[in-house]
Design a protein around this ligand. Structure first.
Ligand code: FAD
Length: 417
């Protein structure tokens, strides 16, 4: 189609100045992009509930992290069985009613209303691990509490010595009769201050090859011997260092077989990697810069008329759309029970790197105003700039995820032991 920059200017004129455009005739499109009727119903129900319970003046719709978690919202969604619609009815979900498309339609309403669902999404992945690898006793004890919005979970993978190689965990779990005694330390246990459980990766056989000697537990965080220390980041997000000293855990809290924690982790890591909500943050930043460009004149002209400005804002919108579609593909594929091990890493790499590109470019574009802190307007750009920097680190670094795409999709050789 020629020079991409020229296309971006054209796109910007259409998007931001309302310039008309004649679209080419593409013929019959036999893909239906809308949710099916049951999905639309579930989305409508979710939307109506949010409209009742969410108060923009009271709830935090600015921070897309654990700081924004509100127990009243969480419990109300749980009561309506809308926290984990794809879980079986028996455990508080909508089961068969909520097929892949319906669940996706319902969850996209969370993004639409701007309520951060971090505690929900981490608990959803831990819940799936419990469903697949937990004992019946554990499922009965935990899943319904989670679905009702009474309990959340956090992830205890990373240790001070490193996070990329989760299979190198040093936190020890040793048998003591029927129980286990856990000793060790985890770093970046985000959401532990809210959670009732931590999904903990431990070493149970120090002599076995590293990925054959680990076992995963769902450890209740109210056990004696656990300390949670806050770590405040420059992204305004609290995370935690967690310490485990002689923590006694009953065997029913084990997920999967002893020394087969790698299987549990492989399944759980797949759930963690997706595009998330980064496209929403990119659009919020683009909207605030658009508003600024409409109301700012330079050389006798509104900045929004400048093709340079139009192209840069249009690029953020274009990349936000790509990020949205890539993350939609991950969720849709997963909920449909299909598997593609490269979709999740690819979506996360693109979305987080696009978020960094967008915040950096918009910060420059609207400088110096964009460098001031604030909870609205150009403050969202400054906030996004700080927030974006860690997104290519948590949930797997871009380097490590690129290796996954290379190995899983492109068939390139393994890069590490
Ligand atoms: C704000 C925040 C929240 C987090 N929340 C959680 C959480 O809730 N639970 C949790 O368990 N963890 C959490 N993490 C930890 C996160 O998952 C790790 O930081 C991440 O996995 C990277 O580990 P690391 O920081 O120890 O870096 P390292 O693993 O030490 O890596 C250092 C550098 O080496 C590169 N590298 C490592 N291995 C390879 C390789 N094989 N090929 C190429 N390059 C490589 C990395 O890309 C990185 O640039 C969080 C981190 C942050 C910053």
């Amino acid at each position: 189609m020629g020079d991409p920059r020229a296309e971006l200017i054209r796109g910007g004129r259409r998007l931001l100045l309302g310039e008309p455009c004649i679209l080419p005739d593409v013929g019959i499109v036999d893909v239906d992009f809308d949710a099916p009727p049951d999905g639309q119903d579930l989305a409508e129900e979710t939307r109506a509930l949010f409209a009742r319970i969410l108060e923009p003046a009271h709830h935090n719709l600015v921070d897309h992290n654990f700081e924004a978690h509100a127990w009243d919202v969480h419990r109300a969604l749980g009561e309506a069985r809308l926290l984990y619609p794809d879980w079986p009815e028996k455990w508080g979900g909508r089961g068969a009613d909520a097929d892949a498309d319906a669940t996706r339609a319902s969850l996209s309403v969370w993004q639409e209303v701007g309520y951060a669902g971090l505690a929900r999404s981490i608990t959803a992945l831990v819940g799936h691990a419990i469903l697949h690898f937990g004992s019946t006793a554990l499922r009965e004890e935990v899943l319904e509490r989670m679905a009702k919005g009474e309990a959340t979970a956090c992830l205890g993978y990373t240790e001070p010595s490193g996070g990329s190689d989760v299979f190198a965990a040093n936190t020890k779990a040793e048998r003591d009769g029927e129980d286990w005694i856990i000793n060790g330390q985890k770093m970046f246990t985000s959401g532990a201050e809210l959670a009732s459980y931590v999904m903990l990766v431990t070493r149970t056989d120090p002599d076995a090859p590293k990925h054959k000697g680990i076992t995963t537990f769902l450890v209740p965080l109210d056990k004696a011997g656990i300390d949670i220390h806050p770590v405040h980041t420059f992204m305004d997000e609290r995370t935690n260092a967690t310490f485990y000293q002689d923590v006694r855990v009953e065997d029913r809290y084990r997920l999967g077989k002893v020394n087969e924690g790698a299987k549990v982790l492989a399944a759980a890591l797949g759930f963690e990697q997706g595009g998330g909500y980064y496209h929403i943050l990119m659009r919020e930043m683009a909207d605030s810069v658009t508003e600024w460009a409409r109301s700012t004149n330079r050389n006798g002209q509104a900045l929004i008329e400048d093709s340079h400005v139009l192209a840069r804002i249009a690029k953020v919108h274009a990349e936000a759309r790509i990020a949205e579609v890539l993350s939609g593909r991950v969720l849709g594929t997963r909920l449909a029970g299909a598997q593609d091990l490269a979709f999740g890493p690819a979506a996360k790499i693109f979305s987080t790197e696009a978020f960094i590109r967008a915040s950096s470019d918009l910060l420059d574009l609207a400088a110096p105003r964009s460098t001031l802190r604030g909870k609205d307007g150009l403050g969202l750009v400054e906030k996004g700039y700080r927030h974006s920097s860690a997104t290519t680190i948590y949930g797997g670094t871009s380097e490590v995820l690129r290796n996954m795409v290379a190995e899983r999709r492109l068939g390139l050789p393994r890069s590490r032991a």
